[in-house]
Design a protein around this ligand. Structure first.
Ligand code: ZN
Length: 148
């Protein structure tokens, strides 16, 4: 545990921030710092879980069998307090896309067709809508942030 504890004192690295920005829907599922949780209670799959772990966004604090298959224990996790604070100030204020995802915008067909960055969403919208989402993001994102 001491290894994890000392890691949380470090600033979030660029890779962690980039990953959370690119996967806001997953980042928003992370519980607040100080809570101990298991992945299935928060709809987090194995793939994002490992991505978060590799970037020190979350860390293992123990193992539990509670509620699951008695033979297979699962990891208990905590969210890095710095990651939780970053998510609060940078992601929770995201303007939602028309599909209802809290996500960014991605090009499907350059200049005319767009979708959101959520992996499991196949909504499509026009350039005008995409521009509105992107333009609204700055001020909205800034609301929760303190300083630059
Ligand atoms: Zn979407």
């Amino acid at each position: 545990m001491s290894r994890s504890a000392s890691r949380t004192a470090d600033a979030l690295n660029r890779s962690a921030k980039r990953f959370m920005r690119a996967h806001p829907n997953q980042a928003l599922r992370l519980p607040d710092a100080g809570e101990t949780w298991v992945a299935r209670d928060h709809g987090l799959g194995e793939a994002p879980l490992q991505e978060f772990r590799e970037r020190d966004i979350i860390y293992v604090v123990g193992r539990t069998r509670a509620g699951g298959d008695a033979r297979s224990a699962v990891n208990e996790w905590q969210t890095n307090p710095r990651a939780a604070a970053w998510i609060e100030s940078h992601i929770e204020g995201f303007t939602r896309t028309p599909c209802g995802c809290s996500a960014g915008v991605r090009t499907v067909k350059r200049g005319s067709l767009f979708t959101c960055t959520a992996d499991d969403c196949d909504a499509r919208f026009s350039r005008l809508v995409a521009e509105a989402v992107v333009q609204n993001r700055g001020p909205v994102m800034g609301q929760g942030a303190r300083g630059p």
